[in-house]
Design a protein around this ligand. Structure first.
Ligand code: B12
Length: 492
């Protein structure tokens, strides 16, 4: 059996980092972890190839080679996924589809031969068994949340890692919290299911052996969902593993209560974490109560962010506008919060209601849902009829984004962050691409760009005041360029 694993193209979005990746001549953020994991679960006798459309083209020869195409996608890849499926049909290749897009809306893809939905640890085996018997069914789904102890090491070597700026690995799935707009709990459950420390070390070892030294993103829904396990088993193993090794800084996603635990923060930094994405959502307490974001309530959110930054963790933040309790003052409140926090990468979105969430159920009952869930929460669209009216909401939203990503305010925020941030000791071996990226930034941002005055001010301020943070300052200047391009595209 010859299987072609295909990952559809991402549009030009906030998280695609497309305009930033050009500077380091990389083609995409990370290889598709879902497909590489599934590949490792397929019989070893099968021949496997990967085509990630974000780094290479899907050719007719690829399709002629394959007995079956295994496709995975997120909602934002919907259009590209449709085109691929159509091409497979024309070429007469069978399509097996899985991953979050199809798990959510498989009925929208009548041309797909077999759906293997939810988590493959649960659904792939019955599919393969039936396939062997020559009677594979149309849909394999499950409401069980499998044990991750059986998840194999992903087949990284199917991907050409040199095209990617980072690699994702996963330690846990699920989140103990109950935010009403988030579909992670309906997809993956409340109880965080974890791999063992030994599994995660085996994954890191295999990446290290392949020569990988760049960033590793732990794509957990909430890395600290099971604090006890993290503290007693995983972090000690990671700290030990890191000794004598170079590079591979870690990043992850976690809830804000990480800031309440100095020991946990210190150990994460010792283990090599330097960045954490946190769902901040709103400085408005009433809105936090509305969406049951209880872990963010009743605390000084700004202080929590600073504690994280001072411990050595760059905070990236998710923000939402359009809750029922948001009044027109929310726009300025969000701007002030983001500016004061020094959260450079601030993903600000309009509230959307994904299928399967409590928010979706409530709004459906209230008759406040409209078609058009884009899944991209930085494109200024929503499937909700907002209390304050769609036009005022969109207008205010545009203002927030244009403000926080305007060069003056963006660079100010970078400086606020660099003042607070305690850099980690991890040094990534310097690739020539990174030196070239510096030169490209000088040309693109320092000579041609509208941001040139701000660029040079930050350049010299960091060089003289925080020299160790100079590479980070350049990286964030480049990110700013990407964010401005995306925002102009979507909301101007
Ligand atoms: C990492 C991640 C990202 C990374 C992706 C990096 C990369 N290229 O891999 C980044 C940060 C870029 C990202 C961005 C976004 N993401 Co995202 N992301 C995740 C996250 C946290 C983990 C995904 C992952 O790698 N999981 C680990 C692997 C092993 O799991 P998996 O892919 O689900 O695969 C398993 C099964 O699904 C199945 N499977 C998967 N594919 C296939 C294929 C076949 C054939 C088979 C048989 C089985 C199978 O088997 C695997 C093992 O069980 C998930 C949440 C989650 N926990 O799933 C959200 C998630 C996938 N993202 C989501 C969204 C919406 C986005 C954004 C659109 C958000 C935004 N702000 O705009 C952006 C868009 C991306 C872009 N570039 O434009 C949604 C997708 C919803 C949907 N129904 O499609 C999720 C589910 C989060 C959520 N709460 O809704 N994301």
């Amino acid at each position: 059996m010859k299987v072609l694993l295909v990952y559809p193209e991402f549009p030009d979005t906030f998280w695609s980092f497309k305009h930033a990746l050009q500077f380091i001549r990389k083609k995409a953020g990370a290889p598709p972890l879902g497909l590489l994991t599934v590949a490792a679960m397929l019989p070893s006798s099968w021949e496997k190839r990967l085509t990630d459309l974000n780094v290479s083209r899907l050719t007719d020869e690829d399709l002629a080679w394959a007995d079956a195409v295994f496709i995975s996608a997120m909602v934002v890849q919907r259009e590209s996924a449709r085109e691929i499926i159509q091409r497979c049909k024309t070429a007469g290749v069978k399509v097996v589809a899985g991953g979050p897009l199809f798990t959510m809306e498989h009925d929208q893809f009548p041309e797909v031969d077999h759906f293997v939905l939810n988590e493959a640890e649960e659904t792939l085996k019955p599919f393969l068994r039936d396939l062997e018997k020559g009677r594979a069914g149309h849909v394999y789904a499950s409401d069980q949340f499998p044990d991750l102890h059986q998840t194999p090491v992903p087949l990284w070597d199917l991907a050409n890692l040199k095209h990617y700026s980072s690699v994702s690995i996963q330690f846990s799935r699920g989140c103990p919290f109950n935010c009403d707009f988030c579909n992670v709990t309906s997809l993956l459950g409340h109880r965080p299911r974890t791999k063992t420390a030994r599994q995660i070390i085996a994954e890191l070892d295999s990446l290290y052996a392949l020569g990988w030294r760049q960033g590793v993103f732990f794509v957990d829904d909430n890395f600290i969902g099971n604090k006890k396990h993290i503290k007693t088993e995983v972090l000690p193993a990671l700290i030990e593993w890191r000794k004598g090794r170079k590079g591979m800084p870690f990043s992850t996603e976690a809830s804000i209560n990480l800031a309440d635990d100095p020991e946990l923060m210190t150990r994460m930094v010792q283990a090599g974490f330097d960045t954490v994405f946190v769902g901040i959502e709103s400085p408005n307490e009433e809105s936090l109560a509305e969406c049951s974001k209880n872990q963010n309530k009743g605390r000084d959110l700004l202080e929590s962010v600073r504690l994280l930054q001072r411990s050595g963790l760059q905070v990236q933040g998710g923000f939402i506008i359009g809750f029922d309790h948001d009044s027109p003052s929310i726009f300025q409140q969000q701007i002030d919060f983001i500016q004061n926090s020094g959260i450079v990468t601030a993903m600000v979105g309009l509230l959307q209601a994904p299928l399967g969430t409590r928010l979706y159920e409530r709004l459906q009952k209230e008759g406040r849902l409209v078609a058009g869930f884009s899944g991209d929460n930085v494109d200024g669209t929503t499937n909700i009829i907002p209390r304050m009216g769609l036009e005022p909401l969109r207008e205010g939203y545009r203002e927030v984004l244009s403000h926080i990503y305007a060069p003056q305010f963006y660079y100010e925020r970078v400086q606020t962050f660099l003042r607070e941030y305690k850099p980690s000791g991890i040094r990534v071996p310097l690739e020539s691409q990174y030196v070239l990226a510096l030169l490209r930034s000088v040309y693109q941002l320092g000579i041609r760009g509208v941001e040139r005055a701000h660029y040079w001010r930050l350049f010299f301020w960091t060089l003289f005041r925080r020299p160790r943070l100079f590479p980070l300052a350049v990286t964030l200047s480049i990110y700013g360029f990407h964010f401005r391009q995306v925002i102009e595209l979507h909301v101007e």
